[in-house]
Write a protein that binds this ligand. Structure first.
Ligand code: ADP
Ligand code: MG
Length: 304
């Protein structure tokens, strides 16, 4: 039987979530009965723990080296095909500033933006804005600035999340609703809405609150916004996926304004695979089982 390594754990702040994703994916692939599945818990930013004889790798790592092109480049060097986008696309998607530059160049809609650094005294854009560290995830260091007095603490929080130096992203605040579109192998999955309490999907809403709901967009609890049918979000998600040069699986997150304008917030090139994660949920809506979704993603594994 073909030997598949499921890479999980890693050293990022998302290690625990990754272990859950990794166990789910391992069990699912094993249940298909056609692979010898080898779960691999990576405890450093290297492939040191990888056994011999692996023919393909399923990346269930989130954040850090597992999502920023690091593990992808290491697998390229070994000639082992892996799931999800290649090293360069992963690296761009992990950096919200680089992502916005590429999306803008390709005409994909994103919120107006600027940069700030230590000592920037006021918002470079009209308020309200959102200030965020470009390379973090999980909403760490992100805040909304509605009044001039909130600027300095928000800038400090975003800088602190990346060691106090460098540049942070300042984005026009987009009122409205939040949607996400999974893409597998160049096909957009059904659109899910993220309904967070108070309309802000921060760290607590992601990992602590059980009040966040995820209805399918256009179904009960998620009325369609005039001017923004689900097909439009699927189309723009594919444009974003192609602009960044993605392959295999990626999740594209959006804000949609009350007027029906959509804005790409970010691309996640190694989305979660816990039991309530959004890509498996959307994939299962197309008639696949959880294991079927994993197998489809594995089928797109490439290197280089
Ligand atoms: N420009 C924006 N307008 C409105 N809300 C935003 C904006 N940027 C971020 N947010 C809110 O903050 C959350 C986290 O931001 P995001 O850019 O997705 O960073 P992360 O990588 O931490 O998930 C979003 O899910 C959204 O609820
Ligand atoms: Mg996000």
């Amino acid at each position: 039987m073909e030997k598949i390594a499921v890479l999980m754990g890693g050293t990022s702040s998302e290690r625990e979530v990754s272990l859950v994703s990794g166990r789910n994916v391992s069990e699912a692939l094993a249940s298909l009965g056609k692979y010898e599945v080898v779960p691999v818990d990576l405890k450093s930013d290297s492939l040191d723990g990888l056994p011999e004889g692996i023919s393909r790798a399923y990346i269930a790592l989130h954040g850090g080296w597992g999502e920023n092109g690091g593990v992808q480049a290491a697998l390229d060097a070994k000639g082992i095909p892996y799931t999800g986008p290649g090293a360069m696309s992963s690296k761009i998607a992990m950096d919200k500033i680089k992502t916005k530059m590429v999306l803008e160049m390709k005409g994909v809609p994103t919120a107006a933006w600027s940069l700030a650094s230590p000592g920037t005294e006021a918002s470079p854009l009209p308020l309200p804005v959102v200030v965020k560290p470009p390379c973090d995830g999980s909403s760490v260091g992100i805040s909304k600035v509605s009044t001039a007095g909130e600027w300095t603490p928000a800038l400090a929080a975003a800088l602190a999340a990346q060691g106090g130096a460098g540049e942070v992203l300042v984005e026009e605040f987009i009122p409205g609703r939040e949607m996400t579109v999974g893409v597998i192998d160049g096909e957009a999955l059904p659109v899910l809405e993220i309904v967070a309490k108070n309309g802000w999907y921060g760290y607590d809403e992601k990992y602590k609150s059980d009040e966040t709901r995820y209805p399918f967009y256009g179904e009960e609890g998620s009325a369609v916004i005039p001017g923004c049918p689900p097909e439009k979000l699927q189309q723009v998600a594919l444009e974003a996926y192609n602009a960044i040069g993605c392959r295999g699986v990626t999740r594209v997150d959006f804000r949609v304004s009350p007027l029906g304008r959509c804005y790409v917030l970010e691309l996640n090139t190694s989305p979660g695979f816990t039991s309530h994660s959004l890509v498996p949920k959307a994939g299962m809506k197309t008639g696949l089982s959880f294991a079927g979704v994993c197998d489809k993603i594995l089928g797109c594994a490439r290197f280089g």
